[in-house]
Ligand binder design. Structure first.
Ligand code: NDP
Ligand code: GDR
Length: 336
């Protein structure tokens, strides 16, 4: 019998890679999609099939903030595994929309846990909670591990800390198989275009082809532990296959400044970023996380998980992808 998984945030970066992985493994994959006035399924269109024909991918309208809707879906679908990836996931935006961010990231996660608790009375269900290195915030120790105390520095991070603790509490209080993946930044060609890595690779490739002159950024000194999203969704899956629920850091164990990511990207295009980058204070955050560096030894030892892609390789594969996008844009322009 194939397993059934439910993914919140299936239309996002991680949701789309996880869908690819679970379909390859023979799962029945169910995903929750927000109703929107325009199509928001670009990242999963390559695996979408007409629901009138036989398909292993099933999409449902829903919203994390609607608890009744979450419980109805979970009880109807009867998943073996739930991956809670849905979130207002942009840290800078969480300062502009703190209440909405907390509703989706904090209470939304609680809605998923409550729904899982109901289903768990009928059959065992396993829950993955997308926790974040942002929870470490103003870091107390480096590198950060599963036992490093949290000092969140944004509404987003505060809400993720809340969801982390709720997940642990549901594990203890209700014997629910609920695990946290504490994932450090992970990127890809499917990364949203307002996160710094993708903003850089999109702009640099457009600059290379003469489609753009400048790139405006904020703080270039922050350090991040950047990995490849495709490697990390494999880790999510392994966390739910483990013999017991637990919390795991997934990271690369290396950290770079934004400047270094600029170097990798612009050097791949034989350009010097100093000629194009300007600082715009609008991208500064009221409180910044200066340094993140993860220690993934526990995941390596217990799950056999390791990252396969370095930050430089990541920048290069994103450049390769975005250069094709820029070439298509140029071709369209010359036709019009
Ligand atoms: P994305 O921003 O790419 O995707 C977020 C997803 O959540 C989208 O599918 C979005 O839908 C959906 N969503 C947003 N609000 C709601 C809502 N109210 N109800 C239902 N769905 C909603 O994030 P990532 O894929 O990068 O990240 C996945 C998860 O992992 C998130 O929880 C994020 O906070 C967390 N995380 C991410 C890290 C990273 O580096 N990428 C690191 C650590 C944690 P729509 O497409 O309609 O906007
Ligand atoms: P982050 O990712 O906040 O770490 O959260 P982001 O790419 O937004 O920022 C990383 C660092 O780059 C600096 N920065 C800029 N950031 C953006 N977005 N735009 C800019 O122009 C810019 N200039 C400099 C930021 O100040 C920051 O220091 C991501 C999200 O995916 C979260 O959901 C996830 O939990 C964490 O990673 C781990």
């Amino acid at each position: 019998m194939s397993k059934t998984a439910l993914i919140t945030g299936i239309t996002g970066q991680d949701g789309s890679y996880l869908t690819d992985l679970l379909l390859e493994k023979g799962y029945q994959v169910h995903g929750i999609v927000r109703r929107s006035s325009t199509f928001n399924t670009d990242r999963i269109d390559h695996v979408y099939q007409d629901p009138h024909e036989s398909t292993n991918l099933h999409l449902h309208y829903g919203d994390l903030t609607d608890g009744q809707n979450m419980t109805n879906l979970v009880l109807d679908i009867q998943p073996d595994e739930i991956y809670n990836l849905g979130a207002q996931s942009h840290v800078r935006v969480s300062f502009d929309s703190p209440v909405y961010t907390v509703q989706t990231v904090g209470l939304g996660s609680l809605n998923v846990l409550e729904a899982a608790r109901q289903l768990n009375k009928q059959k065992e269900v396993r829950v993955y909670q997308a926790s974040s290195s942002e929870m470490f915030g103003d870091v107390i120790e480096t590198p950060q591990t599963e036992t490093t105390p949290f000092q969140p520095q944004s509404p987003y991070a505060c809400a993720k800390v809340y969801a982390f603790h709720q997940t642990v509490n549901y594990r203890h209080a209700y014997d629910l198989f609920a695990s946290n993946g504490i994932l450090f930044n992970h990127e890809s060609p499917r990364r949203g275009e307002t996160f710094v890595t993708r903003k850089i690779t999109r702009a640099a490739t457009r600059i290379k082809l003469g489609l753009q002159d400048k790139l405006y950024l904020g703080n270039l000194d922050a350090k991040r532990d950047w990995g490849y999203a495709k490697d990390y969704v494999e880790g999510m899956w392994r966390i739910l296959q483990h013999s017991e629920p637990d919390d795991f850091v997934l990271a690369t164990g290396e950290t770079q400044t934004i400047r270094q990511f600029l170097d990798y990207t612009f050097e791949a295009l034989e350009l010097d970023w100093n000629d194009y980058v300007e600082i715009d204070p609008r991208y500064f955050r009221p409180t910044e996380v200066d340094l993140l560096l993860g220690d993934y030894s526990k995941a390596k030892e217990k799950l056999g998980w390791e990252p396969a892609t370095s930050c430089k390789q990541l920048a290069e594969l994103m450049v390769e992808h975005d250069l094709e996008l820029a070439k298509n844009e140029l071709a369209q322009k010359s036709l019009s």
